[in-house]
Write a protein that binds this ligand. Sequence first.
Ligand SMILES: Cc1cc2nc3c(=O)[nH]c(=O)nc-3n(C[C@H](O)[C@H](O)[C@H](O)COP(=O)(O)O)c2cc1C
Length: 354
Amino acid sequence: MAANTFGELFRVTTFGESHGKAIGGIIDGCPAGIELDLDKVQEELNRRKPGQSAIVTQRKEPDTVEFQSGLFEGKTTGTPIGFAIYNTNQKSKDYSHIKDSYRPSHADYVYDKKYGFRDYRGGGRSSARETASRVVAGGIAKQMLSDIKINAFVSQVGDIVLHKHYSELDFSKIDSNPVRCPDAETAQAMEEYIKSIKKQGDTIGGVITGVAQNVPVGLGEPVFDKLHAKLGAAMLSINAVKGFEYGSGFAGVRMKGSEHNDAFNSDGTTKSNRSGGIQGGITNGMDIYFNVAFKPVATVLQSYETIDKEGNPVTTQGKGRHDPCVVPRAVPIVEAMLALVLADYTLLARTNKL
Ligand SMILES: Cc1cc2nc3c(=O)[nH]c(=O)nc-3n(C[C@H](O)[C@H](O)[C@H](O)COP(=O)(O)O)c2cc1C
């Protein structure tokens, strides 16, 4: 399996499967001398971990990160940062029903066909457990970028949409409810809806909005590595993601150029920000904002029709401990991937001019 590494200069390689001994990673290229608060990194992991509320999977994993290298006296040494999170709560027999059949719209069929092997326990490497390692690396990237403010929040669950611009929201309220939507009333409606979906043994999708503020001008590497191209790749690499748009996104299609253009102020800032902080693939100093769409995940706790390895039709009963809606737990993953892209491009920007 190739492509387990993300980034050019700030590079993270992740390893591990959901029911293996551990998952973890190596961060290569993190500059020396960054003061790290490791408790903050653990806090980021706690925001992603299972079992944190009634509306997420009830697996109980402590997800404690252990650092093995690259740190000395609270600072990065510039050497590879190695870390591991031990898997402690696997219930492999929860997955015996899918040993010989494929969950529709999961990665079971394609892994079997591509590799000839499949670790069916918990989805193996296709499990979103892998994203815990991204959250650790992103937690470090966030601290490297202490001037840039990185936030993400749930802005839609099914048909329930948060109809407020991010500038009207108080980001300190993102973690004040289990949905991670900073508007209390909308969050309440979303939470109730997720609970009703869970009761039906079903799943539902959602949207996460990401925002980066106080971004300097000049991050981005045209032509192939435009900042929004890398952001799109980062977000689309997250499990269950189906869509990415930044700035005016798909809605911009309905506007005329004269309406869509972001007029300049004399200091180079713009009066509107339909560009989403990126023009020509390079940051212009305005906020970066984007939406990431997550599907209703595959594992429904209902009876469903599928096929076995020989292509025979079978009826299977979904079981185990699964997420009825993944967006509350995916908020720290989106933030982590945003931080990883910005950390990488911050280092790359230093190679642009002598
Ligand atoms: C935080 C998070 C939790 C997830 N939990 C589940 C789950 O409990 N059950 C499930 O079927 N898929 C879950 N997924 C999605 C699968 O990992 C994903 O759908 C699968 O690997 C197939 O990949 P694809 O949907 O990107 O094509 C989760 C995704 C995320 C981001």
